[in-house]
Design a protein around this ligand. Structure first.
Ligand SMILES: C[S@@+](CC[C@H](N)C(=O)[O-])C[C@H]1O[C@@H](n2cnc3c(N)ncnc32)[C@H](O)[C@@H]1O
Length: 211
């Protein structure tokens, strides 16, 4: 499998993505679509991960962008509502609303701080994940702790996503983490490539053993 590089292919995917945002998520065309959301939709559509994990599932927008184009995926979502960066009051209610709509019967939601030993053990025991998105604590130390957990439970062929790596408030911390993660993963696996989407608040993607 190769990345969708042709302009026509990307345009076709975006044509599918926009009606999903408008009709299903209730956004209009003026709503800025985050680079994470657009990219994650594309990846889910293309690779159809069996298990998708996400730390920082918030109100479930990125999770919906995986669940909708990939109806067989089971989603393992971890969030500590109101915790640190990007915490939304009542995010669990919105999250449950979105997941009931898009991932009924195939979503496991765990609420709690991802940096506790209990949460770490749970994240690891639910793996291995074919795709994982780190979008929780956006500090270097917090996101590094999440990465250190997630790296232990990625499938042999998997995709690791770190969100917001060009975000003005987190660029330094998360770009550092992304580069360190990439180097470490490259030192373990032969077939590793990466992609950075600079637009919006940026997304870093590491493809492990994915041709
Ligand atoms: C930027 S938002 C995620 C947005 C989400 N991906 C979406 O599309 O709706 C970050 C989320 O990470 C959560 N978070 C922050 N620190 C966390 C931690 N230590 N453990 C678990 N979740 C955390 C926040 O509660 C917030 O919901």
């Amino acid at each position: 499998m190769t990345e969708p590089t042709s302009v026509t292919e990307v345009r076709k995917l975006r044509e599918q993505f926009h009606p999903f945002c408008k009709d299903s998520l209730g956004w209009n065309f003026e709503t800025p679509v985050g680079s994470l959301h657009w990219k994650i939709y594309e990846l889910a559509l293309k690779y159809k991960p069996k298990k998708y994990g996400e730390i920082g599932s918030g109100i479930g927008v990125s999770a919906s962008c995986v669940a909708y184009p990939s109806p067989e995926t089971h989603l393992y979502l971890y969030d500590s509502p109101g915790h640190g960066y990007g915490g939304f009051g009542g995010s669990d209610e919105y999250l449950i609303h979105h997941m009931t709509k898009f991932a009924k019967g195939r979503c496991t939601l765990n609420l709690g701080d991802s940096q506790t030993q209990t949460a770490k053990d749970m994240i690891i025991s639910n793996g291995p994940y074919d795709m994982f998105n780190i979008d929780g604590d956006h500090s270097y130390i917090g996101a590094k702790s999440d990465y250190d957990t997630v790296k232990k439970c990625l499938a042999e062929k998997s995709i690791l996503i770190i969100d917001d790596i060009t975000h003005i408030a987190h660029k330094e911390d998360l770009t550092r983490l992304f580069n360190e993660a990439l180097e470490e993963i490259k030192s373990i696996h032969k077939n590793v490539r990466s992609e950075v989407i600079e637009e919006g608040t940026g997304v870093g993607i590491i493809y492990i053993n994915i041709d």
